[in-house]
Design a protein around this ligand. Structure first.
Ligand SMILES: NC(=O)c1ccc[n+]([C@@H]2O[C@H](COP(=O)([O-])OP(=O)(O)OC[C@H]3O[C@@H](n4cnc5c(N)ncnc54)[C@H](O)[C@@H]3O)[C@@H](O)[C@H]2O)c1
Length: 467
């Protein structure tokens, strides 16, 4: 463990070694029988994004696309470029014997029926988050998936495939930031970036218009909690190595009054079993992100320990992922350790000088001792530039690519994916219960899911404790 009162280049170097994760991936050309033939269901905005990314993978081939909207199937087919067959009805795609696996990127309310039908048709399944929509679907999907142990089921929580998040998890596990009691996460969007109601197109039926705006209607969507918070709840679950014990919160529909009925702002507190908390906020009125020294907008997570904090976020296609480590000057004194100067007085003062964020390094910048003179100099130079904020360390691959490639590999090998059924169901349960907590204005306990929707506790009464 590095000397926490000395956040210098040396400290950063030592910490980087301590948290370094797997070596960079090397792409190989696959033999034809190593290629998984997959179908894609729902090639709207996310579907087209995923198909664009899957184009670069050599362990799968898209042979079919199903979408209710022909124009979307055509756009998806163009993105992947493998001339897939196109269908309107996903059940026809499932009947196609050439399809070994399916990727589902349809609206939330359709995830369960399409996943169920796909498993029943013998396919491996990748389904976008949030995995399921209703309590009864949590129980039903667990039962169906466990009766088909040879079929892979992966959920679209791509932070689980990020090297930065792996490094943060290792740092927490190894105690580098002390005792972690809180995670703060936000996804804030100003009025310009907030979800908008799409106007009705000429000739579009009411039904298809509602479907195009599915995110904004409760009958189809879990709103901000399902669409945005789900990713970040999963980060807290991973760092705390548990699902929450209960959740409470306040939701409002206060600024985006365009006919939607989902909340446009939510504030949630999830309490975890050891007293740890996830403090969550999502709004549609302001996009500032106070993390990363204000360098990014909208979203990120802060993992807070007694010795320091990690600010972390995934990248987009235009911005790299970021992970910074802020050493806490008021961290507890270890036996034999003498604090001096700012570090000593900061622990007594009501406010103290903040530390500068140190970049968290990945294995490519790790000193192995086997470098040539030049490689060593380059690594030192890069690390020095990172520490000065001139350069940011970057993941060598987008976690979305890693997630999709890993799904196809797991289909081939019959292995359990990293973001598996239980991770997806736990995340969906938290989403469902958080929405209930806001609607009913009470604490909702995680175990209440067992009494809902035909779960193992039958019709058990939910606890009615008010906050
Ligand atoms: N992992 C992530 O970071 C991430 C990011 C964005 C979206 N998503 C998820 O992806 C999913 C899709 O979101 P989107 O933004 O692409 O929505 P979208 O509305 O842009 O696309 C949905 C597509 O599904 C089609 N569709 C609807 N019902 C269908 C059915 N029964 N059969 C076949 N096709 C059907 C629609 O015609 C549309 O083309 C959601 O679950 C969302 O949460 C995940």
């Amino acid at each position: 463990v590095p000397n926490l009162s000395d956040p210098t280049r040396r400290t950063a170097a030592k910490a980087a070694v301590a948290v370094a994760v797997a070596a960079p991936f090397i792409q190989k050309v696959k033999a034809a029988n190593d290629v998984v033939q997959y179908g894609f269901i729902g090639s709207g905005s996310r579907g087209q994004y995923l198909l664009g990314h899957m184009k670069g993978l050599d362990n799968g081939r898209c042979v079919a696309i199903a979408d209710l909207v022909d124009e979307n199937s055509a756009k998806g087919a163009e993105k992947i470029g493998t001339k897939p067959k196109t269908y309107r009805d996903y059940r026809e795609l499932l009947a196609d014997k050439n399809v070994d696996a399916v990727c589902i990127a349809t609206p939330l309310f359709t995830h369960f029926p399409i996943t169920r039908d796909s498993l029943d048709a013998g396919k491996h399944v990748f389904c976008e988050k949030s995995l399921v929509f209703k309590p009864e679907e949590v129980h039903a999907l667990r039962a169906i998936a466990s009766s088909k142990p040879k079929q892979v089921l992966q959920v679209g929580l791509q932070r689980r495939y990020s090297k930065f998040y792996d490094a943060a998890y290792q740092m927490v596990k190894k105690g580098l930031i002390g005792d972690v009691q809180h995670v703060y996460a936000q996804w804030h969007r100003g009025p310009l970036g907030a979800w908008r109601m799409k106007p009705k197109a000429a000739g579009q039926s009411q039904e298809m218009w509602e479907l195009a705006n599915w995110r904004l209607f409760r009958k189809f969507s879990g709103g901000l909690t399902a669409e945005l918070a789900s990713h970040q709840i999963d980060v807290a679950d991973r760092m705390f190595e548990s699902h929450p014990e209960f959740v409470t919160g306040v939701g409002g529909l206060d600024s985006m009054k365009d006919g939607r009925d989902v909340y446009d702002n939510i504030q949630l507190i999830f309490k975890y079993p050891k007293g740890q908390k996830l403090i969550y906020s999502s709004n549609s009125t302001n996009a500032l992100c106070p993390l990363f020294g204000g360098e990014r907008t909208q979203f990120g997570e802060m993992i807070m320990g007694t010795n320091g904090s990690i600010h972390i976020t995934v990248g987009t296609d235009s911005e790299p992922a970021m992970a910074l480590w802020y050493i806490d000057p008021s961290g507890p004194k270890k036996s034999g350790e003498k604090k001096e100067g700012a570090a000593a007085s900061a622990s007594l003062a009501s406010t103290g000088k903040g530390s500068k964020g140190l970049p968290i390094l990945l294995s490519k910048d790790e000193m192995t001792g086997n470098e040539s003179f030049l490689e060593k100099e380059l690594k030192f130079a890069r690390r020095w530039l990172y520490s000065k904020g001139v350069m940011v360390p970057e993941e060598d691959r987008n976690p979305v690519d890693v997630a999709m490639e890993s799904f196809l590999d797991d289909c081939k090998k019959g292995e359990r994916p990293t973001a598996d059924l239980e991770i997806g169901l736990s995340d969906s349960t938290s989403v469902i219960l958080a929405n209930l907590a806001m609607d009913e204005g009470r604490r909702v306990y995680y175990k209440e899911i067992d009494g809902m929707g035909g779960g193992p506790a039958g019709a058990a009464k939910p606890a009615a404790k008010k906050v």
